[in-house]
Design a protein around this ligand. Structure first.
Ligand code: FDA
Length: 393
């Protein structure tokens, strides 16, 4: 039998960080994970370079049923605190774009940082440990596992979401929350590519591999980044971002000329090169293959510029500024970066991350109904929520 002060279930970003904080307070801590290796998602993240935080992280970059819930944790352990720790470890990093900080070398640097923090705080990590049963006792919790019985005063659940089941994702945290009477909000895949209806897919698959600057808009939210046509549908940063705001049946509007006024481009082109075809003019702004496919797809005639009336030029511009498409669905948890929904924050204290009605039971990281945008925000939530629970567990 293993007697601990704190057991953390889940050796991912939030769990390892939380364990180190609790260990530093002198608590005896063990982290249990069913997987063979710790931090597998971290190793995969950011194309192997881990976008470990965002310089501009704030509550506005998160989705949750209660948008205020994440504020306390984010302000108590900020991106600057984590950046300081990364610097203390001498990890080289850079800003890629929009405040997104990536390791120069490898995501392994972040896993090594977490392991270093756990080691110096005396945290034990037991992998390949299946949790079979969890019970509450008067003084804490008792866990039956494939490695024997564990007892603890505080239990921290950091089992993440459902995305990428191949990397060890499981619904364990949600089931445990329900077992202890906490509400779990419906989950769905977020930061995920769209799949398309057959007629759109057939045409747009021809553009597979082409990326465009675009803004994607849905449900009063928009992201101005880039989109990528794939052989399955639509991907790229703007698409992943808007997917978190999209619900089945919604239409997404793409502005395919987000940095300027297409009507001015068309009017100028008409004045300067009246004999030129519309497609020739547009090829100065988009890949040729894109123009050839998009014009008929969007119902835009291709003819010499001089043949367009003012109103027709306006219609062409409108179609490029507001291409509307109804995705068929998303690629789902198989490729999603995150899971939206999860343990309802209503049942948790924002100051401690402990369940309001279950003394000693904490939920942190992605298992909680707090989901960040693409760009390092999800790891920042893992660090912030992990830090807060680590001070209290
Ligand atoms: P996480 O999923 O990291 O860890 C959960 C742990 O619990 C795992 O080790 C798992 O094995 C374990 N577990 C699950 N069920 C269990 C059970 N029943 N028993 C025992 N253990 C169990 N975010 C970001 O900010 N920047 C980025 O660059 C990226 N990139 C990225 C790429 C890819 C491919 C994905 C899938 C995701 C990202 N993300 C990201 C999102 C980010 O990885 C994610 O939000 C955090 O890892 C969440 O941290 P958690 O610790 O909450 O869960």
């Amino acid at each position: 039998m293993f007697e601990q002060d704190v057991i953390v279930i889940g050796a991912g970003a939030a769990g390892l960080f939380c364990a180190a904080q609790a260990g530093k307070r002198g608590r005896r801590v063990v982290v249990l994970d069913h997987a063979k290796k710790v931090g597998r998602k971290i190793l995969m993240s950011g194309g192997g370079r881990c976008n470990f935080t965002n310089m501009y992280a704030s509550a506005e970059n998160f989705l949750s049923d209660n948008p205020h819930f994440c504020k306390s944790a984010l302000s108590r352990y900020t991106q600057w605190d984590f950046i300081g720790l990364v610097s203390d470890y001498g990890i080289p990093y850079h800003e890629k774009t929009l405040g997104q900080l990536f390791c120069d070398d490898s995501a392994k640097d972040i896993v090594n940082l977490l392991m270093g923090e756990c080691e110096s705080a005396g945290v034990a990590i037991h992998t390949q440990c299946e949790i079979l049963d969890v019970d509450k006792t008067t003084s804490g919790f008792v866990l039956q596992t494939s490695r024997g019985e564990y007892r603890c005063e505080s239990l921290v659940v950091a089992t993440g979401g459902l995305s990428m089941p191949k990397l060890g994702a499981s619904p364990f945290g949600y089931r445990l929350a329900e077992q202890f009477g906490l509400r779990v909000l419906p989950t769905r895949a977020g930061l995920v590519p769209f799949t398309l209806h057959e007629q759109d897919k057939q045409v747009l698959a021809e553009l597979s591999g082409i990326s465009l600057d675009a803004s994607a808009q849905c449900n009063n939210t928009s992201f101005n980044e880039s989109i990528l046509f794939t052989h399955r549908g639509l991907s790229g940063p703007a698409v992943l971002q808007i997917s978190s705001y999209w619900h089945s049946g919604d239409t997404v509007t793409f502005d395919l000329y987000p940095h300027g006024t297409m009507l001015e481009v068309l009017q100028q082109g008409q004045q300067q090169h009246p004999e030129a075809q519309l497609s020739t003019l547009l090829s100065q702004h988009y890949a040729k293959r894109c123009v050839q496919t998009l014009l008929p797809y969007l119902g835009i005639d291709n003819k010499p510029l001089k043949q367009y009336q003012g109103k027709q030029l306006q219609q062409v511009a409108d179609k490029l500024h507001a291409w509307q498409i109804q995705p068929n669905g998303t690629e789902g948890y198989r490729t999603a970066e995150v899971t939206l929904g999860g343990v309802d924050t209503e049942g948790l204290s924002s100051k401690t991350l402990m369940a309001k009605d279950v003394e000693g039971l904490f939920f942190i990281g992605e298992v909680v109904d707090v989901t960040g945008w693409l760009g390092g925000y999800n790891f920042q939530w893992a660090w912030s929520s992990g830090w807060v629970a680590g001070q209290n567990a």
